[in-house]
Design a protein around this ligand. Structure first.
Ligand code: AMP
Ligand code: MG
Length: 408
């Protein structure tokens, strides 16, 4: 399948794509709806967390100095601070030789500096026998020890995670600025395709799986819109793209991106705007193109689902990350030892589906390629744990080498 006269290197294709990124705008959302969104501001804590010194254990708030020398066979005796309602320890002030019973999370009384754990004391008749000394600060969570007022606690460009939402809650941030989700139009092209959500399989028809894969790949970061299936017809494709361009920030088209008799997308983009490259030295995914129409980026992706996924990971994902101001990798990555040589040819970048395993004896993660080459074999992706990218100057990766694995 020799397709293109010139294939440009992935690095060059990526730099062209990234040159045409237009960053999406910003919106404010309630902090509890921000998980999975990309932060568009630095978050500065406007209060300390915890907001006051508080007990980190159940027990007795004491002055640590008063417990010096205590031992199981030589208990010291403290006196209960009175009167004490039990509800607002922070408004109480301990004097020398006094204690106040306290539960985890309660504010420490003024004058106290440690919590004696329940099991190291014995309380009777407003007196406490202390069997063990405590050091100053013991079992106390100090004001600001988690987050200090004025600190930058979360940085712009971060993909917000569950614990981040908790942190926002702890410092009283109700609203946060996040990136809007870019509207990404998705078109599938091919006379043979039918929409499996609407129709059943019949005759020689093929289910359009690409538009569903693309929508799922993007839904956390962007707002995908499936714009339907277009037949292999120049005018139909042109009309579909014109209407898609009007409603979207960028378009992904899959299928019809080779240079066969029924592949029109390259011509349509060139006629409506400009095709910036067509044909990239990647495998799978060679028939990938990129152009601009009315300043809007349009990706022409291969029709084979595995090739399309490869092209997405190598070119579209970096584009989406930049478009949404993401400053960290969206995918989880691990280092793993190559268990079996991963072959590759010099002169192209390979996208290799891999399996990851963990060896309990040496504690290492091992990675090996899945040996199915067909770009139509979608189950080779579903049975993989992730993929590795082999740079174009490498002739495979030898057994024993350590490489980065991107996890689904
Ligand atoms: P093409 O790139 O149009 O030559 O398509 C290559 C192969 O991918 C053909 O076997 C197509 O039937 C298949 N294909 C194209 N588009 C899709 C799609 N949206 N879903 C599933 N398979 C597709
Ligand atoms: Mg086709």
């Amino acid at each position: 399948m020799k397709l293109f006269r010139t294939l440009i290197p992935l690095r060059e294709a990526r730099s062209i794509v990234l040159r045409h990124v237009r960053r999406v705008g910003v919106e404010e959302v309630s902090f509890d709806l921000a998980a999975g969104r990309i932060l568009a501001e630095d978050i500065v804590a406007e209060m300390d967390s915890p907001p006051f010194n508080r007990a980190a254990m159940d027990g007795y708030a004491v002055k640590a100095e008063d417990t010096l020398g205590a031992a199981p066979d030589k208990p010291l005796v403290l006196h209960r601070h009175e009167p004490y309602s039990g509800s607002e320890p922070e408004s109480e002030e301990l004097s020398e030789g006094e204690y106040i019973p306290i539960q985890t999370g309660m504010p420490m009384p003024r004058g106290s500096n440690a919590v004696l754990m329940l099991e190291y004391g014995k309380e009777r008749d407003s007196k406490l026998e202390v069997f063990k000394p405590v050091t100053p600060g013991k079992n106390v969570a100090f004001k600001g020890e988690d987050v200090r007022r004025g600190d930058i606690v979360l940085n712009e460009g971060r993909l917000l995670r569950a614990a981040d939402i908790g942190l926002l809650a702890s410092i009283g941030r109700r609203y946060v600025k996040v990136r809007k989700k870019g509207a990404i139009g998705i078109l599938s092209t091919g006379d043979e395709l039918y929409d499996p959500k609407v129709d059943g399989s019949s005759g020689g028809a093929i289910a359009d799986v690409n538009s569903y894969i693309l929508a799922a790949l993007m839904s956390t970061i962007a707002k995908p819109s499936r714009m339907g299936i277009v037949s292999d017809n120049y005018d139909a494709l042109k009309a579909a793209i014109v209407s898609c361009i009007a409603n979207c920030d960028a378009i992904l088209v899959s299928g019809g991106s080779s240079v066969g008799k029924r592949d029109f997308i390259g011509d349509v983009v060139a006629d409506l705007g400009e095709m910036l490259f067509h044909g990239v030295a990647i495998r799978p995914g060679e028939p990938t193109g990129f152009g601009i129409i009315d300043e809007k980026p349009i990706f022409c992706l291969p029709g084979y689902p595995v090739s399309m996924i490869a092209a997405f990971e190598m070119l579209v994902r970096p584009f989406l990350e930049a478009m949404h101001g993401l400053k960290e990798a969206m995918m989880r990555q691990v280092f793993a030892v190559v268990a079996k040589k991963i072959p590759s040819a010099v002169g192209r970048t390979d996208f290799v589906r891999v399996r990851l395993s963990h060896d309990e004896h040496d504690g290492e993660y091992y990675v090996e390629p899945i040996r199915v080459s067909g770009s139509g074999i979608l189950s080779s992706v579903t049975s993989s744990d992730g993929f590795v990218i082999i740079e174009e100057n490498r002739e495979g990766i030898e057994e024993g080498e350590r490489i980065v694995v991107n996890l689904w």
